[in-house]
Design a protein around this ligand. Structure first.
Ligand code: ADP
Ligand code: TRP
Length: 321
């Protein structure tokens, strides 16, 4: 039996290379060797988006982006979260197994509040909805970036408590963090994130990609000094290189005469050609509404079948008749 792997992406703005190397690339690889479940987390985005058109548009765009990047609805189960509303029913049930103290320790909640999000119950119980996403589909493994690790620990905690009370209903998921690219650095050397305006967006125009690469901060090392490799330009470029090319780049950094401008020009070319075919695929999908809707319905049908089965087991175990 193939391993069931699940992950979700919030449709909260343009996807960037941090999302790609932190999560999407691995999901695409997983879909050939495992039973991949992947969804656009639009309920979660309500914690930051309160505009109808924006939520609708972002959700569709995110679905298209992931299709273009290689999520294949025939090989995987790929849907929009709100198309399977069973997840909110399970979230309510699970909330009775999530202690307030556990939720209060959420670093992501604290970070979001300090970044100006309103401390409402949606934001507070965000990890419970996430636990529901994972447990509803009996996921065995969840690949995410390091920032999501605590949410997954909470999921395991909730599932263990539930199972201890009602029997082995839920699969306890393993956490999969990509250790080599656990946090992709942005152009300013902080974590790359939409909220910090320091991203390289995957599907932006070539001009925007150029501008963002040109804006990568560099130090003032002299032309003939060896260059520091613990810097955003080196780290971002390395994401696109195999071990041999990375070693070559490292040697160039240690050799006098290296100009950051040359490296930036190469990086621009590398990024543009790396995503070229995905960009073309995306342009076609944007024009084909029916095809996109068809793929959404396929995902919904596949996901609903499993969601309903789990929910039924949960309801009958708990006494919800
Ligand atoms: P953002 O921080 O830009 O809002 P999201 O929170 O929507 O990104 O993240 C979507 C997915 O991409 C998550 O699994 C997250 O862990 C991963 N991810 C986001 N930014 C990075 C990053 N800089 N490095 C590694 N993974 C990331
Ligand atoms: N919270 C995740 C993020 O911000 C998105 C997400 C929602 C998710 N539900 C999930 C990821 C379930 C993995 C599994 O990136």
């Amino acid at each position: 039996m193939k391993k069931r792997i699940l992950s979700g992406a919030q449709p909260s703005g343009q996807l960037h290379i941090g999302n790609y190397f932190g999560m999407i690339e691995r999901m695409i690889r997983f879909q050939s060797e495992s039973d991949l479940f992947c969804f656009v987390a639009n309920y979660h985005s309500m914690t930051s988006i309160n505009d109808k058109a924006e939520l609708e548009d972002n959700t569709r765009q995110a679905f298209i982006d992931l299709l273009a990047l290689g999520i294949d609805p025939d090989k995987s189960t790929f849907w929009v979260q709100s198309h399977v509303p069973e997840v909110t029913e399970l979230a309510w049930i699970l909330s009775n197994f999530a202690s307030v103290g556990l939720m209060q320790r959420s670093t992501s909640y604290k970070d979001k509040i300090s970044n100006g999000l309103k401390p409402n119950m949606g934001l507070f119980s965000y990890p419970i909805l996430m636990a529901s996403d994972i447990l509803l589909f009996q996921s065995e493994m969840v690949p995410v970036g390091k920032d999501q690790k605590q949410h997954l620990e909470m999921t395991r905690d909730i599932a263990i408590k539930f199972n201890n009370t009602f029997g082995e209903i839920f699969t306890i998921p393993d956490i999969e963090i990509n250790e080599s690219n656990d946090v992709v650095i942005g152009i300013d050397n902080q974590k790359m994130s939409k909220s910090y305006n320091n991203t390289i967006p995957i599907f932006a125009s070539n001009d925007i990609i150029k501008d963002q690469v040109m804006n990568i901060v560099t130090d003032s090392a002299g032309l003939n000094d060896p260059k520091d490799q613990d810097t955003p330009l080196f780290k971002i470029y390395s994401l696109f290189l195999d071990d041999v090319s990375k070693k070559e780049l490292s040697d160039r950094y240690n050799t006098p005469g290296l100009k950051y401008m040359d490296i930036k020009k190469e990086l621009i070319e590398t990024i543009i050609s790396f995503f070229e075919s995905q960009k073309l695929k995306r342009e076609k999908l944007v024009l084909d509404n029916d095809e996109v809707t068809k793929k959404m319905i396929l995902g919904q049908t596949k996901a609903k079948e499993i969601a309903q089965k789990t929910l039924q087991e949960v309801k009958s175990a708990t006494g919800l008749i």
